[in-house]
Design a protein around this ligand. Structure first.
Ligand SMILES: [Fe+2]
Length: 169
């Protein structure tokens, strides 16, 4: 039924909006803390800017479809992100855990947008499908960067440990 499909699309758009707010929080918390891994820090900052744009674009899709984004779920997402951001602060291998978390989160985003594109197409929302495809390209690029750099970040961390210089972030 058309109505059910439209309701599911709205639910998933709100989920995506909450996910981008969570991403924004995680990326900014992590980027602020990284000191000794400049290329990772720069990439997090660059993807933070993309993420803020993605959040705005998804919000525009929600509003165009007649919904609003002031949901409790968004708040829950933010608090969860803060918890996740903080939980990594006291571990000795913080930078490696942060890189693994970024890699994982990007793949979750990729799955979400692949699903959203199908849901938008199912109701003939061409504009939502188009912007989700654009976002998907950015998430895939970030996921590919993380896949390539995770081993490098790990080696750099181990080298710093061996040199007995501050390594954790
Ligand atoms: Fe994103």
């Amino acid at each position: 039924m058309a109505n059910d499909r439209e309701e599911m699309l709205m639910t998933w758009l709100r989920d995506a909006h909450a996910m981008e707010e969570q991403a924004e929080q995680m990326l900014s918390t992590t980027a602020e803390r990284i000191e000794h891994y400049p290329s990772f820090k720069q990439k997090l900052e660059a993807h933070l800017r993309e993420t803020q744009r993605q959040r705005d674009v998804i919000r525009a899709c929600i509003e165009r479809r007649g919904g609003d984004t002031s949901t409790i779920k968004d708040l829950a997402g933010k608090m969860m992100a803060m918890g996740q951001g903080l939980s990594g602060l006291f571990v000795a291998d913080e930078v490696v855990k942060a890189a693994m978390a970024s890699y994982t989160f990007e793949h979750f985003e990729i799955a979400s947008y692949r699903s959203l594109i199908a849901a938008a197409e199912a109701v003939g929302d061409v504009e939502t499908a188009r912007v989700c495809r654009e976002i998907l390209v950015e998430e895939e690029a970030m996921a590919a960067w993380m896949a390539a750099e995770l081993p490098t970040i790990t080696s750099q961390y181990l080298q710093r440990l061996a040199m007995d210089v501050e390594a954790k972030h």
